[in-house]
Design a protein around this ligand. Sequence first.
Ligand code: ZN
Length: 682
Amino acid sequence: MRSLWSDEAAAAIVTHYGARDIGPDLALRVYTSRLLGGDPRLVLHGGGNTSLKAVAPDLAGVPVEALYIKGSGSDLATIEPAGLPAVRLAPLRELRARAALSDDDMARRLRAALVEPDAPNPSVETLLHAFLPHKFIDHTHAAAVLSLADQPDGALRIADLYGKQVGVVPYLMPGFGLAKKTAAIYDADPAVEGLVLLKHGVVSLGADAREAYERMIAIVAAAEAHLARGRRTVFVAAALPRSLAAPAEIAPILRGACALPDPERPGAYRHFVLDLRDGPAVRNFVDGAELRRYATAGVATPDHAIRTKYRPLIVPPPEAGRLDAFAAAARAAVASFVADYRAYFVRYDAGRGKRELDPAPRVALVPGIGLFGLARSARDAEIAADLAASWVKTVTDAEAIDRFESISEADAFEIEYWPLEQAKLGKAVEKPLAGKIAVVTGGAGTIGLATALAFSDAGAEIALFDRGGNNVAVAAEKLGGLGLVADVTDAAAVRAAFDRVAVAFGGVDIVLSNAGAAWQGKIGEVDDKILRQSFELNFFAHQYVAQNAVRIMLAQRTGGCLLFNVSKQAVSPGPNFGPYGLPKAATLALMRQYALEYGAAGIRANAVNADGIRGGLLTQAMIAERARAYGISEQQYMSRNLLGREVTAEDVAQAFLALALARSTTGAFYPVDGGNLAAAPR
Ligand code: ZN
């Protein structure tokens, strides 16, 4: 690790913010905060914090001595000056004389000291910055330093490596106590350049932005060099089955095993999205013979506990061809994880009446495969997996020199259930499809994309399948989802695409089989080839999609939702549309067959009969031609239904969303056509 400081970049940022009336100190505070935040070896996902002491005008314009400190909700990698709210320093420094200060009191005093009353909450580590005298202070949870600090004799190791350069602070929960202790240790030797907080992280001190930043880099680089010296093979591998099952086979089993029954909706589940990591470092870790010892030893730094929990789930390696055995073992492991978590809560809550968090694992380790991060969204699963991968590195390096040791389980509980820490996760109300994974075929088309947007707005993660590579990539990007090029008339391609979704997200809950195209021809004269082509896309493709969806849903054992886009042609044939209507009628029957045969597994199957959607199969040229044939305007043509209103792709999307949420509806054929009794199901 080396310093990324650049005089040119520093000057540029000073000029940039100078034009916005922001002084050079705060501009450089932003600059080095971003340098720290941009390196995952130092800071991950909103971790770490930085500060600056400077004179700031208060609301009345009177200059006051202030501490600019990272506010909650900011990420050092992308921080702006507004992400560093100013707090008055004098009232914070006075607090140091107190013997004790409750967390509530601390939080209220921090807010009261804000120069701007509506600024974000200052970091929970604000007092640590306030009680130290330096103008610039940087704090990270650097993985390499933690490998030395997370040891039974961490204090000795730090002292041996750094000598008088760095002070050593014993573990205390973040907050007032840690701030006081750190300041006292600093006062005992004010020559130090930084402080290592055992089992937590590292602080560097500087008179200017560059000094604090480069001291951080020097401390971390020394730890890295120490860990690289005389490196030995760390973990001896356990015996694994000769042939392992594929990640695509085991992810849905694991995901289903971790899903929690929804307390508000009997028969429904709260699902998690999975994020797999399987690089060499992770494999070396999860394949180790002593996995259970070092993997259950605890977190690398207390901050991780809210996203990873104190311990991960560990399941046995999955043998190829023996998925039932893996499923049984995974379910047993989850049941025991949940029971242990509940016991942990009762043990450490000790009657204080805290509200128990959900007991499902946030990290799962699978020997022979890798690690999975679990969360209620793909983004949060990615964060959990990133933190777990960093923890793997810290533990591996710690075990390479001696033995990894974390904070105690009791200390982890205090952090996991600390209201100030939980506040970092936010309190947004969850959306109805949070944690669900939806596949939409024909995903770049009008109806497919409108429905994918509706599912995404309702909280689902989205995978789009489409033939058009470019279109599907653009559409998926818009949704933050996965875009896959897949010809749905090719059974093997459909299987491969579903497997990619299972690896990317862990499984699938909702599938809209939407891809279709209209072939025409008078039925008595039409070429066989046309009819067969239409059957390939308008019937067999639906069967391939539904088959693969059901394959994954059955592995999850948490039900599922199949949706088919069926046309009015299925029940109300139009002249010359036989080649289109016949396979659509078969697809309507297909939907009912799935409803019948998989209802017992909780899998629902429903269809929408959409008609007259502009931009779907109905091209602008077709609309113009038919309006001319009827001798009416295009608008009149598009509104020929009982409601006299043009039906839109958004109407169809809302119907699919309603069916996805209708937990007691299966086998239904739902018209979205503005009213057309000739096409009404009967
Ligand atoms: Zn910290």
